[in-house]
Design a protein around this ligand. Structure first.
Ligand SMILES: *Cc1c(COP(=O)(O)O)cnc(C)c1O
Length: 405
């Protein structure tokens, strides 16, 4: 079938408005994934298809064994950096969760087992459990305005699963920092509870690993999952699956299948990874940004200071407050604004006015149409940029007659 010419023309010379010079992008999911110059260069160099496979070792043909480019060493250094024993790069944090749930469930031989998770977990945590054939039990949170997850309830929920099914859950998962309110949770506390029942503890560090220092050993984590495109200055898709030695034996179990006619078998291949995962540009972007990431996590406390500053400034605006735990311990900020909402009800552009006003000031990344609740992330902005953003919100508020204290 012929494809219309004008369609094809649209696929060349692709541009991306949000990367134009001078723009500030506050989109929560995008701040930690901005590439380094090194990663941009690496992508050009390794952009072709299976580019990292040039020197795949014949004896151990597997992504994690490649030494040119130095993937093998990179994975070891990554493990060291996270305080874990073994690391594999997969396509996404959600895939790391799915693989973990699937392999732990297989190992335990349970069908319809449970994972206990926090009630602010990312939707992909639910789907990962569902696809792995598991059910979920949620640990509640306090609701408005703090949405604090009640970590002590993990023990109750683990016992509830035991009463209901006669078995302990397959895993316990905690979202280290949730995507809604940016609340930071005490991982060690949940690890201790899980271990009291001999249940593996999975820490979802999608919003923390790569941004702030994390020591999995210190936090008593069994499996740590993360997202390269969210928090490691890498291209999508890249996910981090980091484990203890003990977990690796289960999660990275090798293939056992044998062809019934040919006798072919693949005992080198890690089953749940389907052999190899990210074989090109994305993994190289993750690797090229790693030296930068190793340094940037040391500056985390200043990143949090910037977030706190912005909250302080925004709360000067009538009817505007930060939701979630205060003061901020992360750069993802959830704002509730009765003030901007009030304006939206009279404005001809309705809720979209805020987006347009911000855009005029070259600020993007706030969800169009949202005024009463919106999220933003200050990670990686300079002090000047944070101050510029704070002023922009205040100027917009004043323009529409909101009180600013
Ligand atoms: C963004 C996010 C994810 C999804 O990460 P992917 O790498 O895109 O799968 C999972 N969990 C949490 C808590 C997140 O914030």
């Amino acid at each position: 079938m012929e494809i219309p010419k004008q369609n094809l023309q649209r696929y060349t010379n692709l541009t991306r408005e949000f990367t134009k010079p001078g723009y500030i992008n506050l989109n929560p999911i995008q701040r930690g994934g901005v590439l380094t110059e090194e990663a941009r260069r690496a992508i050009l160099e390794f952009g072709d298809g299976y580019s990292v496979c040039d020197w795949c070792p014949a004896k151990t043909p597997r992504l994690d064994m490649i030494e040119r480019p130095p993937i093998k060493q990179f994975l070891e250094d990554m493990a060291r950096f996270l305080g874990m024993d073994v690391v594999r790069i997969v396509t996404r944090c959600r895939e790391a969760k799915f693989i973990t749930f699937l392999m732990l469930a297989r190992h335990r031989g349970v069908k319809d087992g449970y994972v206990v998770i926090d009630s602010l977990a990312h939707y992909s945590t639910y789907l990962a459990a569902e696809l792995a054939g598991l059910r979920i039990k949620e640990v509640p949170n306090s609701g408005y305005p703090e949405y604090r997850v009640d970590l002590d309830v993990y023990a109750e929920k683990i016992e509830e699963v035991k009463r209901e099914t006669g078995e302990y859950p397959v895993a316990v998962l905690l979202t280290h920092v949730d995507y809604q309110y940016g609340n930071l949770n005490d991982a060690k506390k949940v690890a201790r509870i899980a271990h009291d029942y001999d249940v593996p503890f999975v820490l979802n560090a999608a919003y923390t690993a790569g941004l702030m220092p994390i020591n999995g050993k210190e936090l008593e984590v069994d499996v740590l999952v993360g997202s390269g495109h969210k928090s490691w200055a890498a291209s999508a898709p890249t996910g981090i699956l980091a484990m203890t030695e003990e977990m690796a034996k289960i999660i990275l179990a090798r293939s056992k299948i044998v062809g019934d006619w040919s006798g072919r078998s693949f005992p080198q291949k890690e089953l749940a990874l389907l052999g190899c995962t990210v074989m090109g540009a994305p993994i190289v972007s993750l690797m090229a940004s790693f030296p930068h990431v190793v340094e940037r996590v040391k500056r985390w406390s200043e990143e949090v200071e910037k977030a706190r500053y912005l909250v302080e400034q925004m709360e000067r605006i009538e009817g505007t407050r930060q939701l979630g735990v205060k003061p901020k311990e992360h750069t993802l900020i959830h704002i509730e604004s009765e003030g901007f909402f009030k304006i939206s009800q009279k404005h001809k552009r309705k809720g979209y006015f805020l987006y347009h006003e911000l855009k005029k000031k070259k600020i993007v990344g706030i969800q169009p149409g949202m005024t009463k609740h919106f999220k933003l992330n200050t990670y990686g902005l300079s002090w000047d940029e944070v101050k510029y953003v704070a002023n922009a919100f205040i100027e917009i508020a004043e323009k529409y007659g909101l009180q600013v204290s």
